[in-house]
Design a protein around this ligand. Structure first.
Ligand code: CAO
Length: 438
């Protein structure tokens, strides 16, 4: 009996997505729960499991298509009995790329919408010979399904090093295995040649490279524009003396390491900020202009901006007020790793009430972070460095941490911001009261 399988709910408030990859083809047998699609939503790639077992009679979608919840994905012959036998094979080796030429031209034209086009491809002299047997590496934006990532981890292979044979630059299980075996494919060279044609362009002054925005970049661009244009921002600067905190971090780091985490300055900042939010409720609030109300949130979910190969992602630590410093450290490490591996669920990035953006691991004296709407404030953290500080008539070297607090001036006054920032600085300077009970 022919049965339609439709796109199920992908998460709260998510009604559509772009198909990153179709994992099955006509004639395949699928088992219930087997991944059949990878859908790229605003911030994550979600694998869609099939709700029905059967043989694929028709695939209604293609890579690059935009689909909505409720759209038909597959027509299955649900009575087919050999469904589950091949499920493992399907998971390890997505089949669709083998049939790329079968697709109608129209569908192929859609594909570049999600295709990364490495910048270095601009220069003609850098183009490898299309007949070269060596395949082109995928670059640092390694596109691969979770099952391929798993395989790469198991084989101790870095996906960034794996050349791909896929026209979209996506790494398959076969690519990983071939890389381990030291094999090559002509398809890789063809990919390099194809990408180049698509990426190269000219303007009045010379060659340029055009790169379609990824879904993450597009969403970031839209969201940042919304935040910047709808919230009247002011940024307040302060500095915390973290000399003692740093000594404490080194001393107690071992305990957290034993629990499997790495105690960094970020964990302390999260802890101190959540204490501050409980004392300064307007920093844990939102402005509702439609109802002309200020919404004070009674829960404390702190987002921490993470730098990932796919762009800026902000995983949220939920109910941070109920967490010890060790729990914060472990959760932060887990979420940052998930963010880098594109494994964050949408829920992991929702429900934030305040955001922290720490660029200090990289460098910089200060910056003006953009408030993550609908929140009311964001704390930017720059690189701590030793500075001479006058103490009792003498200059002493103190480790100073620059903080920049951007706030929504509709709900927060400058004096409130100065007090909030001072409270954070003074608590970072004298952290014992907050932490010793751990
Ligand atoms: N000043 C000085 N050193 C700092 C620091 C600071 N402000 N912040 C971190 N460090 C140090 C850490 O202590 C660690 O040092 P050791 O290796 O000597 O112990 C090192 O820098 C690396 O830290 P980390 O970045 O791995 O870990 P973290 O917990 O401090 O940060 C995370 C986690 C996810 C915030 C971070 O990895 C990250 O992605 N930061 C970038 C955030 C970002 O992109 N913000 C911009 C958003 S707007 O575009």
């Amino acid at each position: 009996m022919a049965t339609e399988f439709k796109l199920p709910e992908l998460g709260e408030n998510i009604t559509s997505g772009t198909i990153a990859r179709v994992l099955v083809s006509k004639g395949d047998s699928v088992s219930k729960g087997q991944s059949i699609l990878e859908v790229e939503t605003d911030k994550a790639v979600v694998e869609v499991p099939c709700g029905i077992a059967g043989k694929v009679a028709e695939v209604k979608v293609s890579d690059g298509d935009t689909i909505k919840v409720g759209d038909v994905i597959l027509v299955l012959d649900a009575s087919d009995s050999g469904a589950s036998a091949k499920s493992e094979e399907k998971d390890a080796a997505p089949k669709k790329e083998a049939k790329a030429e079968d697709k109608p031209v129209k569908k192929d034209e859609k594909k570049p919408a999600e295709k990364p086009a490495p910048k270095k491809e601009v220069k003609k002299e850098e183009q490898p010979d299309a007949g070269d047997e060596d395949r082109k590496p995928a670059g640092d934006l390694a596109l691969a399904s979770p099952s391929v990532r798993r395989l790469a981890r198991e084989l101790d292979v870095k996906l960034e090093d794996v050349p791909t044979s896929d026209p979209d630059g996506r790494i398959t299980a076969e690519d990983v295995k071939s890389f381990v075996r030291g094999g090559t494919k002509k398809a890789g060279a063809q990919h390099a040649a194809t990408s180049k044609t698509a990426a190269t362009d000219e303007d009045k002054w010379g060659s340029i490279a055009r790169e379609p925005m990824s879904a993450v970049r597009r969403k970031t661009a839209q969201h940042m524009t919304h935040c910047w244009t709808t919230i009247p921002h002011v940024t307040h600067f302060d500095k915390a003396d973290i000399t003692a905190l740093e000594a404490m971090r080194k001393k107690h780091g071992r305990k957290v390491e034993q629990a499997g985490g790495k105690l960094t300055v970020t964990s302390f900042i999260v802890k101190v900020v959540v204490e501050a939010l409980q004392r300064f409720p307007q920093f844990n609030a939102s402005v509702d202009m439609e109802r002309e109300e200020i919404v004070y949130r009674q829960y404390f979910n702190v987002g921490v901006a993470a730098d990932t190969p796919n762009g800026l992602l902000v995983p949220v630590l939920k109910n941070t007020d109920q967490m010890s410093i060790t729990e914060i450290t472990l959760k932060l490490g887990e979420l940052a790793e998930k963010a880098r591996e594109r494994k964050l669920a949408l829920e992991d990035m929702q429900g934030g009430t305040f955001t922290i953006s720490n660029l200090g691991g990289i460098g910089g004296h200060g910056f003006t972070p953009i408030i993550n709407s609908p929140e009311a404030a964001i704390l930017g953290v720059s690189r701590a460095s030793y500075e001479p500080v006058l103490e009792n008539g003498q200059f002493a070297p103190r480790l100073m941490l620059p903080l920049s607090l951007s706030y929504d001036h509709r709900v927060i006054d400058g004096a409130d911001a100065a007090r909030f920032a001072r409270w954070i600085c003074e608590t970072l300077e004298n952290p014992w009261a907050l932490f010793l009970e751990d």
